[in-house]
Design a protein around this ligand. Sequence first.
Ligand code: NAD
Length: 459
Amino acid sequence: MDTIPEILLKQKAFFKSQKTKEVSYRLSLLKALKQEIVSNEQAIYEALKKDFKKSEFETFISEFGLVISELNLVIKNLKKWAKPKRVKSSMLTFPSQDYIYKEPYGSILIIAPWNYPFLLAIEPLIMAIAAGNTVILKPSELTKHTSQLITNIVQKIFPETIAQSIEGGIETATELLAQKWDYIFFTGSVPVGKIVARAAAKHLTPVTLELGGKSPGIIDDTVDLKLAARRISWGKFLNAGQTCIAADYIIVKSNVKDAFIDALKTEIIKRYGVNPKESVDLPRIINKKNLLRLANMLEGSHVIFGGHVDVDACYIAPTLIDVPNLDSKIMSDEIFGPVLPILTYDTEQDIENIIWHYDKPLAFYIFSNNKTFIEQAIKKYSFGGGVVNDLLIHFGNHRLPFGGIGASGMGAYHGKMGFDTFSHHKSISKRGNWIDPSIRYAPYKGKLGLLKKMFKYFS
Ligand code: NAD
């Protein structure tokens, strides 16, 4: 088997052959990929079930279905997206025809996490290939069955000079990061994001970092609390809370706190029963290490619902925590599990004190019917993206760029934005020869007045 540097060398050589610049070739690869994924639908469900007991329904809605939608979108639009885009010329380029060409970066490294192991590996792969790049993808070592399946699919569809999936853990990732890439796309935790950024800086390689953080959900006293509780019980406990854009904690107006908690308890029981461990719809925590991390966060917390932990089964019940202050263990880090701390506020200053205590989050949720309150919050707080009156659903619109800000990441993708992320936007001005005004040429004597007039006229 080739070593990582050898594989990369072969991909770089192939990229130079210009074959990946043929849009029809990219399309044929993407169509074959779609076909292969469709024929592996059942195998995908089984792999995710083996990895962390994810149900077929959740795998469809949050992995398989999203991948197929993205493939359909790109197959339909690729010719249009890849075409040079004509833009208006300017006074300084006149006479000219000006264009933006979409150029593939070249060799792309994609490093994926375990929490949506199929979606978060395959979606960037689709867009990187669509944009005409070669790819080495490293899926997560924690979801062995899904990663193996990804490797099989990639191996079957792509010549190894175009795309390969290389499985492995930190050692493999470290070796990959030591190579010189044209672009790195990383999804994962903030600490590893910093390692990736440092490795990229060595070669001035551009990066997209899709990271995490503590994403808040605010609930005021103007909403239908039952509806809010229903939507929160869905968005928080989907994937057992192991979702980068899950609400990490809730800040509820104090006068409706008790009613909201009651509504949330009712919803959790409706979804998962009185013994959620028996529910076939609640996935498990990915491994013991993460389970013990969560159990440790729970220590000393005031559990008001759930709290049952079974280490051997990697199980934690949907759990609600009453949080009196921001110094508790549970509020010190991203939770990434089915545990929801509930804080309260009375004034806008209270909300500010909580949200500005943390780095800029990946997501932000506000449940309210007060338009002024909503608009002020959207404009005041800095976050990657958000939803009014629900959780997560902004992820599902390919017209909305998905990405973080500050510590929650940099860059964005989804839909056309994904194609653009993996393309360099190359500006070209095609100069006309039929006229060549002499004003720009020396000697400049007597020309400045006219030049100033022209700048004023055209600006
Ligand atoms: P992680 O950072 O531990 O691992 C992500 C990837 O990095 C894996 O492929 C892993 O093998 C690799 N890796 C781990 N340690 C490394 C090291 N020292 N050097 C180089 N590579 C290394 O993240 P995870 O546990 O797989 O995923 C959970 C995190 O990802 C959470 O913080 C979550 O918020 C975030 N996340 C973000 C998004 C997003 O789209 N913004 C999506 C999913 C998950």
